[in-house]
Design a protein around this ligand. Structure first.
Ligand code: PRP
Ligand code: URA
Length: 220
């Protein structure tokens, strides 16, 4: 894992890059346009386990008294209330499933957003989240951070519902999106498996992997 600070105009773009070789290898297969829908979904689930490991690396621990078959011991256990994973629909669900494999007790929020194809603005169509967001770490998951309109809208919404401790986890990020997200939510760290070159004139990440939702669900 490495901390990337790329100069982009006056504001530095800041994100943590998860550069584990297994993540990078799987991501390359996902980028390939010949990769099937079934393989794309499987790889996204596999990568999400590795990304979840990194985004939760510094969670605080406390101890609890247990008895092993040999002796009593003070053993480490996660401190605080259970995590919330907030999935930005549709494609966020591809990351969510693997993360729930790793943290099955996590609570889940769903935020339905789609990008208007002309304006690239995020349009909300669904929101459901646990009540007590203010007491929990909320990890927002969406494979793609392009213009950042969706990520900014998702975090705005969660903050309006009381969330104060958030992280954003994605697979691919554009430098433009990182910079805009940093400016809108400087308190929310970004974790990503890759920072690509740029956005094209339709707001797609280049080189990217195409439309994540369409590739996951075979809708194009
Ligand atoms: C994709 C992706 C993000 C968003 C990123 O979703 O999953 O949510 O685009 O783009 P942005 O950073 O420019 O907002 P999309 O709107 O295609 O919806 P879908 O997941 O339902 O296909
Ligand atoms: N959403 C996607 O799914 N892909 C992109 O490249 C940009 C936004």
């Amino acid at each position: 894992m490495s901390e990337e600070k790329k100069a982009a105009g006056a504001t530095p773009a800041k994100a943590t890059l998860v550069d584990h070789p297994l993540v990078q290898h799987k991501l390359t297969i996902m980028r390939n346009k010949e990769t099937s829908t079934a393989s794309f979904r499987r790889l996204l689930r596999e990568i999400s386990l590795l990304l979840c490991y990194e985004v939760t690396r510094d969670l605080e621990l406390t101890t609890t008294r247990i008895e092993t078959p040999l002796v009593p011991m003070e053993a480490p256990t996660l401190e605080g209330k259970k995590l919330v994973f907030a999935s930005v629909l549709r494609a966020g669900n591809g990351l969510l499933e693997g993360m729930l494999d790793l943290v099955p007790a996590a609570r889940v929020a769903h935020i339905g957003l789609y990008r208007d194809h002309d304006t690239l603005e995020a349009v909300e169509y669904y929101f459901k989240a646990p009540q007590d967001l203010g007491d929990r770490l909320v990890i927002v998951v969406d494979p793609m951070l392009a213009t950042a309109n969706s990520a900014i809208a998702a975090v705005d919404r969660l903050k309006r519902r009381g969330a104060t401790n958030l992280r954003f986890l994605c697979l691919l990020a554009a430098p433009e999106g990182i910079k805009r997200f940093n400016a809108a939510h400087p308190d929310v760290p970004i974790f990503t498996a890759a920072i690509d070159s740029h956005l094209n004139d339709k707001g797609y990440i280049v080189p990217g992997l195409g439309d994540a939702g369409d590739r996951m669900y075979g809708t194009k």
